[in-house]
Design a protein around this ligand. Structure first.
Ligand code: RUG
Length: 807
């Protein structure tokens, strides 16, 4: 994949002529972007097909990462970076009078995910390829990605995300690889001509799953894996089955929209269909590919690993059983044995409401064969446990797959796979000790931790070229391939020149963000202020409300004493709320109204500003994160499984202000107590409250005039235009006893914020802390995380190593 600047320019101009019969000067940005995309694609196409062929010829074991969400963001620059031609292309375009940055803006963010879960899947895809690992993604090609968020009078309004409107340069439709997926109808077992019992389907709906493949380029290693996303179509042979256009539409819409909910999934038929659709299509295509290897199916696990990312793809298990038994005549025992060895599962939450369950009736009606297999899996599990633990029927009741007329997807995933992992040490411990304790006792060897990681190339090299340059000049360039080498930066903690350069890079990123804020919101902000950032989905447990209460405290303090010594602060929020989550939407409205109040109050004179940026997405994250001074990670301890914005912000030199939750604990361990600010209850204290049931939020209000003034502001008109929302928030804290202990942690949070203020005042020391954060962020590289999945769960090896062994 090599190319000189002149070759690139020639190729671009040639293709522009071929496609649009135009010269550079006449082409629109969209046209240029399309052509640039096709040039880039042509450059990696050989490597893509070679990777595929090599895997096949070598009989290489491959991992398949099944996820209902992928959130890759824009791909142009990351593809160029990974191909090693970012600078060549940038310079070539500049020669032609075109800015790469401007062209990159034309690309629509591929937002086929809600937040952390989907973004993690995409970071993993990048790292799998960059580590030379044979691994592919499998998901859904939604016609509409996560909704576009607009604020109208401070309220969140959701608009459709028509990301495919101008086509998608990166995907390749693979009609010949389509498979059929069956839904509904009746299934019964009947003897076939060979005497075997086989399922007979009556009245089932047959839909076609068509794959769209996207290349996933490894970082400068000539390896190109595949992200396969499935789209629904109606097979020609089935067209007569549709009585009306509306009837047909309902099926065609199966892959139309992403469910805009990241943790509280309501039981919906379409969602269940989506889950089965991409799982069935994916497993079928894996088996079809495997059969080309001419190996027996009972050693499938030596060639294939399937990863179930959260429970949404857990139907992989019965679907694999179905294919092995119904289509290939394997016995139940053998099929189960292989399936367990092939499958592994990651849990991403301990929140009970987010642990998926499907009503038996719904599953039976829509996926009758799946249900039959699940029922048998459950029956056999119960039988086995009854033999092993005859004295413990409660254990059986608690762990079985089908309970109270519901299918528990996490139970299915744990019982029928060989590995269950959490996504940060604390989270994995909680799974073992509390949430999945029964399963841990049954299958201790299956439980493990794999702390999340981030694609450091995107979040540092691409998002923060200024900092990257300082790093190159200071510690050389090896960190670009080996993020652990960022550690070398620690040697410069006393070097004022380096500290100044880091400060300069941060300032320039803050200026860039300040310009964006001014352009998009009209609010003028000073790059001198502390940029205090909370970017994540809006959810009560993440406690954006705690942040808001503190902002109000600062506001009232300054109103009372305009001379109060306090660093200027810019509070930046980015968050989408699920459209049906009214409480989260009320918090958005409240933040926006507080922002209006404070930003326009002449007494405050700009010393505090609050900006809620619309439509938080991957691209915006790339702009905000490099500019952040403070990283707000303030969820109630035990609730955030890991978090990943915490890692991205740390890597970009922000100081973490955090509770000991999720991966914050490991961030603290990595940088040491002196380089983070920790506050609030520990997860143990939270559990103690749950046990004693003695939290009384109102006591905190009654005893604190400060809290009284702040909370009253929500209902007494101090914060304007939030009559209903203010009451809802006020009541959630006092009448409904503050589910996420916001009031309990408030004082500690205020003190922690005061500490931040003091630390920032000493700029030299602040820069040292910032440096230590960058230097110690290497361990959160998704490359390392993926190597651990590869070695300990999937048992796959980097291709290089594999070839060496063969040689
Ligand atoms: O809430 C979690 C985050 O803590 C975590 O970092 C991320 C990736 O592991 O997954 C998020 N998550 C959890 N998204 N959806 C769920 C529940 O299904």
């Amino acid at each position: 994949m090599e190319m000189t600047k002149e070759e690139f320019k020639k190729e671009l101009q040639q293709r522009l002529k071929e496609k649009y019969a135009m010269d550079i000067n006449d082409a629109s940005s969209q046209e240029l972007y399309n052509v640039l995309g096709s040039v880039v694609k042509a450059y990696y196409s050989d490597a893509w097909s070679n990777t595929w062929k090599d895997y096949l010829e070598d009989g290489q074991k491959q991992a398949y990462y099944f996820s209902i969400e992928f959130l890759p963001g824009k791909m142009l620059k990351s593809n160029l970076l990974n191909m090693g031609i970012l600078e060549t292309v940038e310079a070539g375009l500049a020669d032609l009078g075109v800015s790469l940055d401007e062209l990159a803006q034309v690309e629509q963010d591929m937002a086929l995910g809600n937040g952390g879960l989907g973004r993690l899947a995409s970071c993993f895809m990048d790292s799998i390829a960059s580590c030379g690992l044979p691994g592919n993604g499998n998901g859904i090609r939604y016609d509409y990605g996560l909704f576009k968020q607009r604020f109208v009078d401070g309220y969140q309004v959701e608009l459709p995300d028509e990301w495919l409107r101008n086509g998608n340069t990166w995907e390749v439709r693979k009609e010949s690889k389509a498979v059929d997926v069956l839904f509904g109808g009746n299934v019964y077992l009947a003897e076939d001509t060979d005497g075997q019992l086989r399922p007979v389907y009556e009245g089932a709906r047959r839909l076609r799953a068509v794959p769209y493949d996207t290349a996933v380029l490894g970082y400068q290693n000539h390896l190109v894996n595949t992200l396969r996303l499935w789209s629904v179509e109606i097979p020609e042979s089935e067209e007569d089955h549709y009585r009306s256009i509306e009837d047909r539409r309902a099926f065609e819409d199966l892959t139309a929209v992403l469910y805009p909910d990241d943790s509280n999934e309501r039981g919906r038929q379409t969602r269940l269909w989506q889950e089965y659709f991409f799982v069935s299509a994916g497993v079928q295509s894996i088996i079809r590919y495997y059969l080309r290897l001419n190996k027996p199916l009972d050693v499938l696990n030596e060639y294939v690993a399937i990863h179930i990312n959260d429970t949404h793809p857990a139907l992989c298990i019965p679907e694999m059983m179905r294919i092995l038994m119904d289509e290939h005549g394997m016995s139940w025992e053998k099929a189960f044995n292989v399936t367990v060895k092939v499958m592994s599962y990651t849990n991403h939450t301990i929140m009970a409401e987010a642990l998926e369950k499907w009503p038996v009736a719904l599953m039976k009606e829509n996926l009758p064969r799946m249900y039959q297999i699940i029922e048998e899996l459950d029956r056999r599990f119960v039988n086995e446990l009854t033999i092993c633990y005859p004295e413990n029927p409660e254990l059986i009741q608690r762990t079985r797959i089908i309970q109270n007329e519901q299918v528990h997807m996490a139970h299915l995933a744990i019982i029928c796979s060989h590995s269950t992992n959490g996504v940060a040490k604390l989270h994995s411990d909680l799974l073992k000790e509390v949430v999945l304790h029964d399963f841990y006792q049954l299958f201790p060897e299956r439980f493990n931790n794999k702390t999340n990681g981030i694609a450091q190339r995107r979040w540092l090299q691409l998002a923060n070229p200024k900092l990257s340059k300082v790093l190159d000049q200071t510690i050389g360039t090896t960190w670009r391939k080996t993020p652990g080498d960022l550690k070398l930066l620690q040697n410069y903690v006393e070097d004022q020149t380096v500290l100044d350069q880091l400060a300069e890079a941060k300032k320039s990123n803050k200026q860039r963000l300040a310009s964006y804020i001014e352009e998009t919101t009209g609010i003028t902000v000073s790059p001198e202020a502390i940029f205090d950032v909370q970017i994540k989905r809006l959810h009560a447990y993440k406690r954006q409300l705690l942040n808001l209460l503190h902002i109000l405290k600062l506001y009232f303090d300054l109103k009372d004493d305009p001379k109060k010594v306090q660093e200027s602060r810019l509070f930046i929020f980015g968050a989408k709320a699920a459209p049906s989550y009214t409480y989260a939407k009320s918090i958005i409205k409240a933040i926006n109204e507080v922002a209006n109040l404070i930003n326009n109050d002449p007494d405050i004179n700009g010393r505090i500003k609050v900006v809620f940026l619309e439509n938080y997405n991957v691209h915006l994250a790339e702009l905000i994160i490099p500019a952040a001074d403070v990283s707000e990670q303030i969820s109630l301890a035990s609730k955030e499984a890991s978090g990943t914005s915490n890692m991205k912000l740390m890597l970009n030199g922000a100081i973490t202000l955090a509770t000991l939750d999720g991966a914050n604990v490991e961030i603290r361990d990595a940088v040491g107590d002196d380089n983070v600010v920790i506050f609030g209850m520990t997860e143990r204290e939270v559990y103690q409250y749950y046990e004693r049931q003695d939290y009384v939020a109102k006591d905190y209000y009654d005893q604190s005039p400060v809290l009284q003034r702040i909370l009253n502001a929500f209902v007494d008109g101090t914060i304007p235009n939030i009559y209903f929302e203010g009451r809802e928030i006020f009541d959630s804290l006092l009448k409904h006893n503050d589910e996420y202990f916001v009031l309990r942690d408030f004082d500690a949070y205020v003190k922690a914020q005061e500490k931040i203020d003091g630390l920032y005042r000493d700029q030299h020391h602040w820069q040292q802390m910032s440096l230590m954060n960058i230097a110690n962020a290497g361990r959160f590289s998704a490359d390392d995380t993926m190597m651990r999945y590869a070695e300990e769960i999937w048992h796959i090896e980097p291709v290089e190593q594999y070839s060496k062994k063969k040689g």
